[in-house]
Ligand binder design. Sequence first.
Ligand SMILES: *Cc1c(COP(=O)(O)O)cnc(C)c1O
Length: 380
Amino acid sequence: MAVFIPVNEPILSGNEKKYLNECIDSGWISSEGPFVRQFEEGFAKYTGVSYGIAVSNGTAALETALFAIGVGPGDEVIMPTFTIISCAIACLRLGAVPVLVDIEPKTWTINTSQIESKITARTKAIMPVHIYGHPVNMDEIFRIREKYDIKVVEDSAEVHGAQYFSSHYGNQWLSCGAMGDISATSFYANKIITTGEGGMVLTSNPEYASRSRSYRNLCFLPEKRFFHKEIGYNFRMTNLQAAVGLAQLERIDEFINIKRNIGKYYREKLSSIPGVRFQVEMPWARSVYWMYSIEISSDFGIDAEMLQTRLRKKGIGTRPFFLGLHAQPVFQKMGYRFDLDDFPISDHAYRYGLYLPSGLTLTYNKVDKVTNALSEALKE
Ligand SMILES: *Cc1c(COP(=O)(O)O)cnc(C)c1O
């Protein structure tokens, strides 16, 4: 068998080692070290917001962001069903309830036309989740935010550097992560830039920033240490992680270029395989092609899981799409009856969708191998 093409692989050949050595040499390895601030400021600036609050992972960032805007027991947060469980868990840990909406078939992002009907007196926030590098169509969400007293918490884990063209806000390109009242991102090893494990809360609201800082650090009172008026957690990022993050941030535009070039090449190659659909980059979107995601036609008579097995045998690593939150056994066991609603687009995407090798080390030659293997696998 030829070499295996993994689904992901980061590039760590810049200043990562140099900055890590500086941590070791100086003894600054905890969250008190200087790289944490530098990484926070750098990534906030890159995103176009005033404050970045580095945390231990993206799931913690979501929870911290919801805490910061005041989400609490009984509140409702509207989100797509087609997302990682982190979005729902962040709510549940604060005593709030996720309210689920189906997705758009072309981009697999939240169907914004279904949001308004889900608003109740308890709705505190909408959580748009940008998917696989592609932004949510935000204008309808902006309109709803203005009509009701509702906050927008973006999940921008999969879209470092992506942009959205807003007609609502004067026909301009806006940055993903800077469109919400607050946003949460992740630097897990497979994200566009990585710290191994890590995340960040982003906002231009000073009060939200300070509540986020407090929550990630056990809600110590600044004026009186070891006095606590609220519950927080230890969600701090270490200087070691931030050292890697800072080195990664120096190369983010280069990484996005790689992603976009490979993404366009994939799209070109896949367009000649009938029955295979690639995530569509909408005219109002500048995608960063985080994961090269496809959905296959049901006419092949196989589902994504069978296709994955066939591709693995051919040396191609893939990952399945999200199982909708409405269908998660754990939530059904807990008594949440999300399944009383229908989420046909999400169900279809889960059944027939997967993502192909998407690492930064991918070459055109490897993409040829992947797409050839794919067309063979579909004919078996
Ligand atoms: C990766 C990811 C997260 C969670 O990030 P972790 O750092 O793994 O906790 C949250 N939301 C989305 C959309 C993600 O892709």
